[in-house]
Design a protein around this ligand. Structure first.
Ligand code: IPE
Ligand code: IPE
Ligand code: MG
Length: 255
């Protein structure tokens, strides 16, 4: 989708065909700031407002799972100042939003590695996950120090350990059993993946899970992503014919 300025007017998404799970590659924070002659961190800070708008959009439209790509396994390659600025922003945002997430029945789940994150951030994540574990309105999955390849490599390593220990037989290894070793266990595959900032690539996001996702690429930097953009992406998704390899459209059983 290249014309992100198109107005959707009074259109609204069909509640009977909502994606169960929307995943977003929140890209373009740095460029948004740099275009204005500002530090890249200002783009990341402004991006938090777009996260709030999108979470609210999910609650309003009835999307049950939202995954946000917040920091990739490759993002450690950025400057020390940006990496530590991002870690601090993640910590302060999580602290500031936790009560409101909980009040709104939002369950928080963080996927990715934890062994390289600052200890205080890991402690906060654990506290938030425990506090919100029984919430049911929306599951907010945050992908943090996440990479699809790293996730699959960790899954294979854990699976191999279980085979060695006799807890699993080689003959039992299949798609369903592999999926149980991924960080996204108990999260349905994303129906819709949105990437902002007009960049058309996957950047190591949900490589296994997005096998049959619909993709919407939007020409808007993440800090400017509005409820209207979200609606456009949902409408684009609802106009797609999903086939999953069949020769005609398939109904997606979503509740
Ligand atoms: C996405 O925005 C946020 C993170 C990767 C943490 P970028 O920081 O990648 O912004 P651009 O792509 O440089 O504009
Ligand atoms: C992907 O964006 C990671 C996040 C949005 C967190 P990047 O900006 O890191 O991706 P590349 O480097 O442009 O592919
Ligand atoms: Mg980027």
């Amino acid at each position: 989708m290249s014309d992100s300025s198109t107005s959707t007017g009074t259109l609204s998404p069909d509640p009977a065909h909502m994606p169960l799970h929307v995943a977003i590659i929140m890209d373009g924070n740095g460029r948004w700031a740099q275009k204005r002659g500002w530090e890249r961190m200002r783009g990341h800070q402004k991006g938090v407002d777009a996260v709030r708008r999108t979470v609210q959009g999910c609650m309003d439209y009835g999307v049950r799972y939202l995954t946000l790509y917040a920091f990739s396994t490759e993002n450690w390659k950025r400057s020390t100042a940006e990496v530590s600025g991002l870690m601090l922003l993640l910590k302060t945002t999580l602290k500031a939003e936790l009560e409101s997430f909980h009040k709104n029945s939002i369950r928080l789940k963080v996927i990715g590695r934890r062994d390289r994150l600052p200890q205080d951030l890991v402690a906060l994540i654990e506290e938030a996950e425990i506090k919100t574990k029984d919430n049911t309105a929306l599951t907010l999955v945050v992908a943090l120090d996440y990479g699809g390849r790293d996730e699959i490599a960790r899954a294979v390593s854990n699976l191999a350990q279980d085979v060695l220990a006799g807890r699993m037989a080689c003959g039992d290894i299949g798609e369903a059993s592999i999926a149980r070793y991924l960080d996204t266990v108990e999260v349905p595959d994303p129906d819709l993946v949105i990437r902002t900032s007009d960049v058309v690539r996957v950047s190591n996001f949900l490589l296994w899970q997005a096998a049959y996702s619909e993709f919407v690429f939007m020409d808007v930097c993440w800090p400017d992503f509005s409820k209207e953009h979200f609606l456009q992406a949902l409408l684009s998704y609802q106009g797609r014919e999903r086939r999953f390899g069949h020769d005609k459209a398939q109904d997606v059983p979503h509740g």
